[in-house]
Design a protein. Structure first.
Lengths: 626, 240
């Protein structure tokens, strides 16, 4: 009896366990499966325990947290680390971004260990009605937090301004207004930054009178910009609804739609990177314009770009971050890249890179082969089209190919180049000085030589025909006195910022531009024994397509921030205080892919590599945002 | 970054001009030369010249002009700067007691030369005050009532408004150090010979008709009284 009871109990337990397991399989959704299919780039951190020690106060200082930190974090995060945020460090964290013609979306997915702790951090989110029975929805002003089981997604969706404009303009015009009326309305006059918060909150909200229906009032009285805001909100909700239904009702997400991404998720490196370039290509507005004119052509070109996905892995060592990534191609696109990079390394460039350079990059391509292969791939696509405009352009391309000596063109400009940054030097400029007559104190002016600090750059291109650029330079020297030849180099006066000369060295199969007077005057044949050699030169040569080496700590301190744009300065500031070396190298390109490797070796005092990883993420973010 | 707006504003006059030049100095982090040259004839009429020379910073200025914005503010195009200069010139031309206003702007070397004739120093000060008030409609500038030029028959008093002092308090020490490279020259000329002046750093020309104070912009920022001067003229009618 006891035995029977034990068997019955065991069977019951097994059934219950099976049911529980099945229900868990059916209803659970890992954070990986919460990434919307519209995400074009994803950065995944597999080993998020690395980030445990990072104080939240430090985290919110990063630029990439700008968009969300005001909403997520406030005084409640003080003295807390990510460890106290309720996040499950045994699950992966993914940050994603995507843009198509209709909307832009950004967010991150993660696992939850302790919901109570999570909401001590995400305390600006208000609970809303559940999206579905098992999906909790919380919203703040711009962001949404959705939780299913132990998985969560924070999401922000914004309709593209083009999409909002199309709809707003059509309603605006239908209301009988002219297209130009709204330009008269004041909106962004650049004065809003002078308003303080009190003024904003004290602003009176105008409520329509009882006698007028709210909807009528809105329709009749909304200005162009108010209408635009309303449409933006409506579209935000519409797109949010679509994505949520895809994720939680139809189980459509990036992992289920893209095998490449699914494969990436199996990678057990410290982090992964995914960028679908083909979708970036097809979602651009220019392509959309062409699509309406030449749908078949755009479809064919899309096919060429299909599979153009960049997949990368991030690995962290004690003092190094390694980023390995493959740029994958379709066979046709790959054949163009393969031909383009089929070239011998031009060793002459080393002669013009000093061994003490702060950073240099070499780039080797064979434009001639690349052009021929592109011609062979693209012309058949164009030949298939029946549109007379496409045929006309095709004829022009074929005639140019037939009559122009492309060999000569690509022998002059082969495509390979190098660049180096050699720090800051004082360069000579001309200035006007005041001087006074000692007798009368009458004022006069005289021209004299001055000096100003400038970053010293050198750019060079490989050429087999130095005589062609020489002819062009001679022509310019006859046209203007600003071009003149000095022994073995050319000078273009006041070429940079209307003040500083540029020197051109056109010999030895290289065409070099520099603002370094020392290089032009004393090293027209190169730096000789003081030129780049040894391990870095070997690595550059081996890397073939592309190689870069930057002594980051020294370079960044010497960059003239006054002369750079805000974006460039943001990038520099994002990495300031770091020392170390960046090294970018590439493998031989095949029809399938080119592999790249970016190594960031850091030196000096640092807390832990997780902090460095965040610094790197932040730099990538600053670089990628507009 | 209102560098060029300030550049235009410095056409106002003498001490306020220096005040308005300070942001330019800080921004450029390098050399600037400013010269003011005031001539007062026996009948009280006169000529005021003001020159700002940024030619030794032209690389930096050109690099800034190549940007769309700096420190969150739009960088004006040269055409916009020219337009603003023309507007201020027209405004000044229409002021009572002001004649023959000339503004030469050299955008190759970044030198701005301003010159105007006036019926008397009161007209000059009134015109400048009105333009400042028109420009800063929203802001009450008490210091604008300060008299920085006071002319009696044989005596001229030049001074600096306290507004300048307040502005300089906001400068960082590194910015102040950079000002050492700049120069400020103030010249006052008369038909009559100068008998004496009470500023010890002022130099009287050998022909006695001009008085010059030369200083660096750093010293000026730290001690505004450097430019303050009372010049006494000889009672005889011709230069000695």
């Amino acid at each position: 009896m006891k035995k029977k009871s034990f068997i019955n109990n065991s069977i019951t337990s097994l059934i219950l366990f099976h049911v529980l397991l099945s229900s868990n399989l059916i209803y659970s959704q890992s954070p990986d499966e919460l990434i919307p299919k519209d995400a074009v780039s994803v950065l995944g951190i597999n080993n998020i325990s690395l980030l445990k020690k990072i104080p939240l106060d430090d985290l919110i200082q990063y630029d990439f947290m700008d968009e969300i930190h005001a909403e997520l974090f406030d005084g409640s995060t003080s003295n807390k680390t990510l460890k106290d945020s309720g996040i499950d460090f045994d699950q992966k964290l993914h940050v994603f971004y995507g843009k198509n013609r209709k909307f832009e979306l950004a967010g991150f997915t993660f696992g939850i260990k302790n919901k109570k702790l999570l909401f001590s951090v995400f305390d600006d989110f208000d609970k809303k009605e559940n999206w579905t029975n098992d999906v909790e929805l919380y919203s703040s002003q711009f962001n949404h937090l959705l939780i299913k089981g132990n998985s969560a997604i924070v999401l922000r969706i914004d309709p593209t301004s083009e999409r909002v404009s199309v709809i707003t303009d059509s309603i605006w015009l239908a209301r009988g207004y002219s297209q130009y009326d709204y330009y008269q309305e004041e909106y962004y006059e650049g004065e809003e930054d002078e308003l303080n918060e009190e003024e904003i909150f004290e602003e009176e909200i105008v409520v329509p009178s009882d006698s007028v229906e709210v909807s009528d009032y809105d329709l009749l009285n909304k200005t162009y910009w108010e209408l635009r805001d309303s449409i933006t909100l409506e579209l935000q909700f519409e797109y949010f609804k679509i994505i949520m239904n895809e994720l939680f009702l139809s189980n459509i997400h990036l992992k289920s739609k893209d095998k490449n991404f699914e494969k990436q998720l199996l990678n057990n490196s410290d982090g992964i990177f995914y960028l679908d370039n083909s979708r970036n290509f097809s979602s651009t507005n220019n392509i959309w314009y062409f699509q309406t004119l030449f749908p078949d052509l755009v479809q064919d070109i899309k096919e060429i770009y299909t599979g153009n996905v960049i997949l990368g892995q991030i690995n962290l060592n004690d003092n190094q971050i390694l980023l390995n990534f493959d740029a994958n191609y379709s066979e046709r696109l790959g054949s163009i890249y393969e031909a383009l990079t089929d070239t011998r390394f031009d060793k002459k460039v080393f002669q013009y890179i000093p061994s003490n350079t702060l950073g240099f990059i070499t780039y080797n391509i064979n434009l001639n082969k690349g052009y021929k292969q592109a011609f062979d791939v693209i012309v058949p696509v164009l030949e298939k089209q029946n549109d007379p405009r496409v045929s006309g352009n095709l004829l022009m391309i074929e005639l140019i190919n037939e009559f122009v000596n492309t060999e000569a063109v690509f022998n002059t400009y082969k495509g390979s180049m190098f660049a180096c940054f050699n720090g800051i030097k004082k360069v000579k400029t001309k200035k006007i000085e005041f001087f006074y007559d000692e007798e009368t104190f009458e004022y006069s002016e005289k021209e004299s030589e001055g000096e100003e600090e400038m970053p010293i750059f050198t750019f060079g291109f490989s050429t087999n025909k130095n005589e062609i650029p020489e002819k062009i330079l001679k022509y310019f020297s006859k046209m203007t006195s600003r071009f003149h030849k000095e022994n073995e180099y050319w000078v273009v006066e006041e070429a940079l910022f209307n003040s500083i000369p540029i020197y051109i060295i056109n010999q030895n199969g290289l065409f070099i531009f520099t603002n370094d007077e020392d290089l032009a005057k004393f090293h027209t044949k190169g730096y000789g024994s003081a030129s780049l050699s040894g391990i870095q030169a070997k690595k550059a040569k081996k890397s073939k397509f592309m190689y870069g080496h930057f002594n980051w700590g020294l370079t960044i301190d010497k960059l003239p921030q006054d002369m750079l744009s805000k974006k460039q300065n943001d990038l520099i500031n994002a990495m300031k205080g770091k020392t170390g070396v960046f090294e970018l190298s590439s493998s031989k390109t095949t029809k399938e892919k080119t592999s790249f490797s970016l190594e960031y070796t850091f030196e000096g005092n640092y807390e832990h590599s997780g902090k460095y990883l965040l610094d790197l993420i932040n730099t990538v973010y600053v670089m990628s945002k507009d | 970054m209102f560098i060029f707006r300030k550049l235009i504003q410095i056409t106002k006059v003498q001490s306020p001009c220096f005040l308005l030049s300070i942001p330019i100095l800080l921004f450029l982090h390098s050399c600037i030369e400013i010269s003011d040259d005031l001539t007062i004839h026996n009948d009280g009429t006169g000529t005021f010249k003001y020159v700002v020379n940024l030619s030794s910073s032209k690389v930096k200025i050109n690099s800034i002009l190549a940007l769309d914005s700096l420190d969150g503010k739009k960088v004006p195009k040269i055409s916009e700067i020219k337009q603003m200069i023309d507007e201020y010139k027209t405004k000044l031309e229409n002021k009572e007691g002001i004649h023959r206003v000339k503004v030469e702007s050299d955008f190759s070397n970044f030198i701005l030369r301003f010159q105007c004739d006036f019926d008397d120093v009161q007209s000059l000060q009134k015109a400048i005050k009105e333009i400042v008030i028109e420009k800063d409609k929203q802001q009450e500038i008490k210091e604008i009532n300060h008299t920085w030029l006071d002319w009696e028959e044989n005596k001229l008093i030049r001074s600096v408004p306290t507004l300048t002092q307040q502005t300089t308090k906001r400068l960082k020490s590194e910015d102040l150090t950079r000002l050492k490279e700049g120069t400020y020259i103030s010249v006052t000329r008369f038909d009559k010979p100068i008998e004496k002046c009470d500023n010890n750093s002022a130099k009287i020309s050998p022909n006695k008709t001009a008085c010059m104070i030369k200083t660096n912009t750093y010293s000026l920022v730290n001690n505004l009284s450097i430019l303050e001067n009372t010049i006494y003229l000889s009672t005889s009618k011709t230069p000695q």
